[in-house]
Design a protein around this ligand. Structure first.
Ligand code: ZN
Length: 217
């Protein structure tokens, strides 16, 4: 490492002290660059997939929630390697169903919201999954109108109304007779995902499995 690299690293450490997003402890030298310390990462409990829904863990698990929150609200892209490691671990433990899939797609953001946020977290998760499973990631859906954040609405009926007919399909031939994985970050009431699945089913998708990092339920 040259002098300038050392100076640069020193400045970065002052600006962004390497602390764990969950327990806020300083990271050991060998853990620096990680989003969670190794202990917190190890405390993420994996849960078995249910029919139709693959959720890595539960949202009430604090380290998992910190990891997702860091990605979604703080633009911490350094969370991505541990998200990938978590998905790999999930598969190695045998929690992922050994089904055949053709492609991975994801819940889109409205273009305006994507511009504000700078990225779509569901798309990033789909890309990690695509890399691990060696499957193409295809953008199939688009938002045709803006909706409120589902997490800001408590009432189930209002959540359903909020997302009703908010999606449209781009190219129906891309999904017809295909077995697909639909990725998102968190499964909350299922209203958004059901709405997206409805549009995909109408286009003749053969099978849809939902993949999320965390299930609120
Ligand atoms: Zn920690």
């Amino acid at each position: 490492m040259g002098i300038t690299d050392k100076v640069r690293q020193y400045i970065l450490q002052i600006l962004f002290p390497a602390i764990c997003l969950n327990c806020k402890s300083y990271l050991e030298k060998e853990q620096q660059g990680q989003a969670l310390c190794s202990q917190c990462f190890g405390e993420i409990e994996l849960v078995r997939s249910q029919p139709g829904l693959i959720a890595i863990g539960l949202y009430r698990n604090a380290p998992l929630q910190a990891l997702i929150h860091g990605l979604k609200f703080k633009h911490f892209t350094h969370t991505l390697p541990q998200i990938e490691a978590l998905i790999v671990k999930y598969m190695e433990e045998g929690y992922m169903p050994h089904d055949h899939y053709d492609l991975i797609t994801y819940i889109p953001l409205h273009p305006q919201r994507k511009r504000q946020r700078g990225f779509n977290q569901a798309e990033l998760i789909a890309k990690i999954l695509g890399k691990i499973l060696n499957l193409p990631v295809v953008s199939t859906l688009r938002r045709v109108r803006r909706t409120k954040e589902q997490s800001s609405i408590r009432n189930t009926k209002e959540r359903l109304n909020n997302v009703r007919d908010c999606f449209a399909l781009g190219d129906a031939t891309a999904v017809k007779n295909k077995r697909i994985i639909l990725a998102d970050d968190v499964y909350t009431s299922g209203a958004t995902i059901s709405e997206a699945a409805k549009v995909l089913s109408q286009a003749g998708v053969e099978d849809i499995k939902v993949f999320v990092l965390a299930n609120v339920g």
